[in-house]
Design a protein around this ligand. Structure first.
Ligand SMILES: [Zn+2]
Length: 330
């Protein structure tokens, strides 16, 4: 039943085309901020009363209710218009600093994860937060973000438990073929990577005596190999962005001083943990040649452990279990 629900979700997500969200006013904004790291939400803090605080509370209040019907959406929009619209419009007049390349399956939006006001963050999503130079939609979104909205950071945001990465591991015939085709690059990564946790996961699922078809069920989100593949997938997207993307061209134009304005955008790879709410840095940031990369304040991702809490993988579930609450103490 859960699998069926997941598949239905995937189908719906696939049908929803990738999109860029930002206020059109961003197009006309030329103002740049000097500090690339710390000025994302100047009007909004948890500690100080600000015009946006009420709207944030209102959003949180609405968010505490389930939204399942069109009527729920209508009521939510009515509340938004009453409480938060003016503040959101105010935020949208600021130049956005961040563009996220995320996953459609991550239903916790970057704005929610980073407690940022609505309208302050641009995003482009696809299944498994992938980037390919052959994906004109992603390239157009990034080009728009850097050339017109003048964002300062492009962030690839993965998330543990990603259903796209899960589909790449299981390659289940019950997953719609469109999704299987889309996550094929992640399947290739899974098949060829030498990262130890992923090798263990891969080997554990192989056909063997008493299990001629191998393991076809999805690994739990806590599986170290699954988590490692989520991380490697983010790294892969950042690597491809570095090697072959609209950014490569933008950096060349910057070096030749033909880019107006100069493109000083940085790229980072982060991963979000849906269990703890924490965001970790994968240490793959890059920026224009010769330009110092700003410090990324998020803690480095803890090394995934080669042990598992599940008993269906004999021989590899020795030792301690993964403890979501204590990454940083390991
Ligand atoms: Zn995902």
């Amino acid at each position: 039943m859960i699998l069926l629900k997941s598949l239905t979700l995937f189908t719906l997500l696939l049908l929803a085309s990738p999109q860029v969200s930002a206020h059109p006013l961003a197009l006309h904004l030329k103002a740049r901020r000097n500090d690339a790291v710390t000025t994302t939400t100047p009007l909004y803090t948890r500690d100080a009363q600000s015009p946006l605080l009420d709207s944030a509370n209102s959003t949180a209040h609405n968010a505490s209710k389930s939204v399942h019907t069109l009527q729920d959406l209508y009521v939510g929009n009515s509340n938004f218009r009453k409480n938060a619209r003016l503040s959101a419009a105010e935020v949208a007049e600021e130049a956005p600093s961040f563009m996220f390349l995320g996953c459609v399956d991550n239903r916790v939006s970057p704005a929610a994860i980073f407690n940022a006001p609505a309208g302050s963050i641009m995003s482009h999503n696809n299944i498994g937060n992938q980037y390919s130079a052959k994906d004109p939609s992603a390239d157009a979104a990034i080009a728009y973000a850097i050339e017109h909205a003048h964002v300062q950071h492009v962030i690839v945001l993965g998330h543990y438990g990603c259903k796209g990465v899960e589909a790449a591991i299981t390659q289940s015939s019950t997953t719609t073929s469109l999704v299987r085709a889309w996550v094929k690059p992640i399947s290739h990564l899974y098949a060829r990577t030498r990262r130890r946790e992923i090798v263990i996961l891969r080997d554990s699922r192989m056909p063997r005596r008493g299990l001629p078809d191998g393991i076809k069920t999805a690994p739990p989100a806590s599986d170290a190999g699954f988590r490692a593949l989520v991380e490697e997938n983010v790294k892969q997207a950042v690597k491809t962005l570095r090697k072959n993307s609209i950014l490569t061209t933008a950096y060349s134009r910057r070096a030749m001083k033909t880019a107006v304005p100069s493109v000083d955008v940085f790229v980072h790879g982060l991963v979000y943990d849906e269990v703890t709410g924490e965001v970790h840095d994968l240490h793959v940031s890059f920026g224009p040649p010769g330009k110092a990369i700003p410090d990324v304040p998020f803690a480095a991702v803890a090394a995934a452990k080669n042990f598992h809490r599940d008993s269906f993988r004999p021989g590899i579930n020795r030792g301690k279990t993964w403890d979501f609450g204590s990454h940083e103490s390991h």
